[in-house]
Design a protein around this ligand. Structure first.
Ligand code: UD1
Length: 415
């Protein structure tokens, strides 16, 4: 079992290049299945979730290999339409392959993804979108079997689910005729998926707004695309430096995708300036409590940045109320932060953080990806040494966390 050993309390200073976005590259890798030609995905991060996606593509009969920072996928002749249990379990977001497999192969078999560390993660909206396009969905002994020749349709999502929007887009590209997706998620990763689909010759527009239109059935071809920088990794490094003190420049990320996060960090007392593809942050004394932080679909405050921000504010001064509106069980990091001396009270979706001025080091365990990152943030700002276990969660979303933090002067090593 590996662990991070972190000696906290050192100010950080330097610049970090942000790697490609996990939440962009996963649907983009699924989209590669739609093109009967080679796709080159540049800025493809080295993450365990990416490896799981490549394994799914290979299982489906595609060529998928890494070439430096790029990945090349050739889906000229897929041979299968199922995602085995083992791979579904390895990466819960593998449900994103549903629309692409069904669209390309006319049928798809996936085991139903179970609940997860963030609480139940239903896929009813994904399935409603498939049904709206004319696909049938049958449950067969714990697995889902979908089939049908898809036709363009009006899809109205009852809430702007990121994954359901992406699945609907991928299926709609293969459907004959026009599809409109209303109440679509507006996340930047959806704009990135649209950019990739356009590079393959698909006729998709509207991503970034609440209505996405797809003219399906146009012939696709291979293409090359560069994945956007990971805004949540950038948010993690900004909060790490906010917690530990010092200054940092994160590059390779569009500052506009992080404006709600940087606004809160400013309110907490940090000095933040932004250029087109970079953000600079300097701390000016201990962090102060801020007005309530409510997670919301984009462009609201991202749920994925809630835990790292909470970790930073827990070691600051003053009180902050968090309201987690996106997932039911997204406060599992709180008990671990309390081991480090944090004063946090949770009541349902609300967490009240009373800053204790400084956390202390402790042995703690990551129980999910962003919660794990939050423990690293807390440990960097804490007095003394911490050990963080459960690194397989963190490795799902951070390509080089310890290396990047070491470059900023942090004392962090994997043992
Ligand atoms: C994506 C991100 C994840 C992020 C989340 C919210 C990826 C790989 N993951 O997850 O990092 O935290 O967006 O920004 O991109 N829901 C339903 N029925 C459905 C689908 C979703 O009720 O069929 C609910 C979920 O339970 C949740 C809410 O909708 O409460 C938002 O989920 P969704 O936007 O779908 O998140 P993911 O796509 O799973």
């Amino acid at each position: 079992m590996s662990a991070y050993v972190i000696a906290g309390g050192r100010a950080l200073d330097g610049s970090v290049q942000i790697h490609g976005a996990k939440n962009s590259v996963l649907p983009i890798l699924a989209a590669c299945l739609l093109a009967p030609g080679a796709c080159v995905i540049q800025n493809c991060p080295r993450l365990s979730d990416v490896e799981a996606s490549l394994a799914i593509l290979r299982h489906l009969g595609c060529r998928a290999e890494r070439q430096g920072e790029a990945v090349v996928v050739d889906a000229s002749a897929p041979t299968r339409f199922d995602v085995p249990d083992r791979l579904m379990r390895e990466m819960r977001s593998s449900v994103i392959f549903l629309g692409a497999i069904l669209g390309r192969m006319g049928q798809a078999r996936l085991c139903a993804p179970g609940g997860c560390e963030l609480g139940p993660r239903p896929i009813d909206l994904h399935l409603a979108a498939i049904r709206a396009l004319g696909g049938t969905v049958e449950e067969q002994g714990g697995s889902l079997f979908c089939q049908g020749q898809l036709q363009g349709a009006d899809i109205v999502l009852s809430l702007p689910s990121v994954g359901a929007t992406e699945n609907a887009m991928l299926a709609a590209v293969c459907a004959q005729g026009t599809t409109t997706i209303t109440n679509a998620a507006r996340e930047p990763e959806i704009v990135d998926l649209q950019g990739f689909l356009q590079a393959l010759g698909a006729n998709v527009r509207g991503a970034g707004s609440s209505v996405i239109t797809v003219e399906g059935g146009t012939p696709l071809h291979g293409g090359s695309y560069r994945v956007m920088g990971d805004r949540i990794v950038a948010a993690t490094y900004l909060t790490a430096v906010a917690a530990a003190g010092g200054s940092v420049e994160v590059t390779g990320v569009d500052w506009r995708t992080l404006s709600t996060v940087t606004a809160v960090l400013k309110e907490a007392g940090c000095q933040v300036t932004s250029g087109a593809d970079r953000i600079f942050l300097r701390t000016e004394g201990p962090l102060k409590g801020v007005r309530p932080v409510r997670t919301a679909p984009y462009p609201g405050f991202p749920t994925d940045a809630q835990a790292p921000l909470m970790a930073a504010l827990a070691g600051g001064t003053g009180c902050t109320v968090f309201v987690e509106n996106m997932f039911e069980s997204r406060y599992r990091h709180v008990d671990e932060l309390i081991r480090m001396g944090a004063d946090i009270r949770v009541e349902g979706r609300v967490a009240v953080v009373y800053g204790v001025s400084r956390l202390h080091g402790a042995p703690v365990m990551a129980t999910d990806l962003r919660g794990g990152a939050a423990l690293v943030v807390a440990a960097l700002g804490a007095e003394g040494s911490s050990t963080v276990t459960g690194l397989h969660h963190i490795d799902r979303g951070y390509q080089s966390l310890e290396y990047d933090l070491q470059c900023l002067g942090a004392s962090i090593r994997r043992v």
